[in-house]
Design a protein around this ligand. Structure first.
Ligand SMILES: NC(=O)c1ccc[n+]([C@@H]2O[C@H](COP(=O)([O-])OP(=O)(O)OC[C@H]3O[C@@H](n4cnc5c(N)ncnc54)[C@H](OP(=O)(O)O)[C@@H]3O)[C@@H](O)[C@H]2O)c1
Length: 183
């Protein structure tokens, strides 16, 4: 069982603009049957978690909520949930949520969908195993950072999917290189 952060990013490391727009991403070309695309990733999943803004974006754009995976949404608010959806709101510690997700996933992988700070909380607790990033050919200059932590990662797979450069990384621990360097 692997806990993964799977997301798309600008080349300069942002997952949304300052005003939370994803237009720069939605206009890109991707082959859904191609390398490291979401449908193939989805097959291995047993549960997912996300922050409130990511959830609200999904609900209010496109076709709304069409996920069937058991989902944990982190929020301090009493967000409205789609009727019949397998979603629960939580403010619990990520360790507790991870344990609940693991139980429901029954051996399948866990997807932490973002944002970056929430994924960072899982990494802080030593609960993040892999990072899958689809880099779009744009720079945003500023926005929501993909993963605002200092981590060492090992590149374990790489591919091109149309306009995306796709990387799959294993999280090996906190960043150690250059700790003694004073700049
Ligand atoms: N490029 C991509 O593929 C991609 C993927 C994911 C997200 N996004 C976008 O990136 C942006 C990310 O937004 P974001 O960084 O603000 O992240 P977010 O994680 O989606 O939302 C942050 C919110 O989550 C809640 N939260 C986080 N940790 C919590 C905790 N431990 N306990 C309780 N609540 C917690 C809080 O909500 P409350 O204020 O309700 O308490 C917090 O304000 C969004 O615009 C999203 O659409 C893009």
């Amino acid at each position: 069982m692997t806990t993964c952060y799977y997301t798309a990013s600008s080349l300069d490391g942002f997952i949304a603009t300052v005003d939370e727009s994803l237009e720069w991403l939605l206009t890109q070309d991707i082959d859904e049957e191609g390398a490291m695309a979401y449908p193939g990733f989805r097959e291995g999943l047993g549960a997912m978690a996300m922050g409130a803004h990511t959830y609200e974006w999904i609900v209010h754009h496109g076709d709304g909520w069409d996920y069937t995976l058991p989902t944990w949404v982190f929020s301090h608010r009493d967000l409205e949930l789609p009727e019949g959806a397998d979603i629960r709101l939580t403010q619990a510690d990520v360790r507790q949520v991870h344990a609940e997700m693991t139980e429901r996933a029954a051996g399948k992988d866990l997807w932490i969908a973002g944002g970056g700070e929430l994924v960072g909380s899982f990494a802080d607790a030593g609960l993040l195993d892999e990072v899958w990033i689809q880099y779009a050919p744009v720079t945003l200059g500023a926005g929501a950072p993909v993963l605002p932590r200092a981590l060492d990662l090992e590149l374990i797979d790489v591919a091109r999917n149309r306009s995306f450069l796709c990387g799959r990384y294993r999280v090996t621990g906190a960043l150690t290189a250059g700790e003694d360097v004073v700049v």
